[in-house]
Design a protein around this ligand. Sequence first.
Ligand SMILES: Cc1cc2nc3c(=O)[nH]c(=O)nc-3n(C[C@H](O)[C@H](O)[C@H](O)COP(=O)(O)OP(=O)(O)OC[C@H]3O[C@@H](n4cnc5c(N)ncnc54)[C@H](O)[C@@H]3O)c2cc1C
Length: 468
Amino acid sequence: MADVDVIVVGGGGAGMSAAITASDSGASVLLVEADRTLGGSTALSGGVYYAAGTRVQQQLGITGDTADAMFEYYLTLNQYRVDPALVRVLCDQAAEGLHWLMAMGVDFPAAGLYASGVESVPRGHGAAGNGAAIAAALDREVSRRPIDVALGTRVDGLLTDAGGRITGIRAGADSIAARTVVLTTGGFGASPALRQRLYPQSTVHGDAAWYIGKPQCVGDGITLGERAGADIVGHDRGLLLTTPNFRKVLEVFVPGWLVYVNREGQRFVRETAEYAVMAGVVQAQTGGTCFAIFDEASRRDARPLPRYADAFASGALPLNWVADELAHQAGAGKVVSAASLDALAGRIGLRPGALEVTVAEYNADVASGSDKRFFKAADDLRPIAEPPFHAVEILPAIVCLTSAGIRIDADARALDTRGLPIAGLYAAGETCGNVLGERYIGGGNSIANAIVFGRVAGSTAARECHRV
Ligand SMILES: Cc1cc2nc3c(=O)[nH]c(=O)nc-3n(C[C@H](O)[C@H](O)[C@H](O)COP(=O)(O)OP(=O)(O)OC[C@H]3O[C@@H](n4cnc5c(N)ncnc54)[C@H](O)[C@@H]3O)c2cc1C
């Protein structure tokens, strides 16, 4: 006999969306959260939501963007190595999910809309108040409904009947029976062991790697699902961010005047490329690393990026790329300096001779005002001419999110290794492994996934209860 219709495990963006939707579909719902508050990594996030065909776009006169265009963009960027049926759901329902959040009071101002990936029309919708505002609105809606919430409760087991149907959860000594269970425990960034197994790329740089999400995101839902027979897919996928690794803080915003070279001493990317693709490009270089090169004049003149002035002023972003800090980091050994380019190349282990050629070509481009190799904006071009010359290793080492996890179908039903639904089990958000691809399509990809599939899972699970 079930105690409740739907148990949702994990109260972040996906979990709260699932709980609200299941409740609105007439199911009795218990939302179980390991932490003492709801919100998860969703609450820590930048609150950018990726969608096409939204009212916010229309306010700005962008009327021609469609779910079809987003779908093509998503599949092309990911070289079709994602599940099109799921991507279709995400693209079709992303705008509706955004409007749903707006109806709850989340403000996505027109001024916050920007091209957050490499799309030609802006689709990254920034929430006023960031992810905390999205989480707070969902939390409010949870509390307005007859949803039971168990905080500070870590689910550590699933109940099954003799036929393999999921019939509830276990948390320590407690067992609670349910008609359906939705797993929304987020990713596994905080579990070194699971990262080693499911996202080995994120461990290449050893101790320099760290996770910026919730400490509770240790992949419990994935482990529980796997024990119940779920197929785990999306091996070695996630989103890394590059960092000079001065400190364990989010320091992804780098000035455009840096010149990135790989171990071969060659440029390989436009240094201002979107963060959504930058880490992947660096990962593909020899040793999965690169070096930012600059000269003494650039170090001496280094100023905070005007675009992030407010974030620097509030302390939300660290002041890294400024003269004094770079001098300080030289003392700490993280800025390596030498009197000549050749000597610098030797100190950081580049192929001999190549750096001088690269810099000579770059300086000629700077003089002509046009970056002929990677087309960086003219404003970002500064010569590398005045010794001493400096280098900072740039590592794709910040784990923003993980994308391996439970395979679901378009109704958010957890699938087993044969591709068949596991009766009574659903999953959504970062716990799943076949929505986010190898390429993050742009800021907002993951929150849109959490909200859209959270709603799908809540609706399917509630529907299923009527049949059990
Ligand atoms: C700093 C930062 C910035 C980001 N910015 C963006 C952005 O702007 N846009 C974007 O799209 N993505 C962004 N991301 C990624 C995005 O926030 C997450 O991928 C997404 O919010 C995940 O949502 P979720 O609901 O799946 O998981 P979460 O929001 O992480 O929720 C999972 C919840 O499950 C709980 N839980 C875990 N295990 C258990 C258990 N055993 N029992 C009970 N509860 C459990 C956790 O405590 C947590 O509350 C960012 C991530 C970070 C860390």
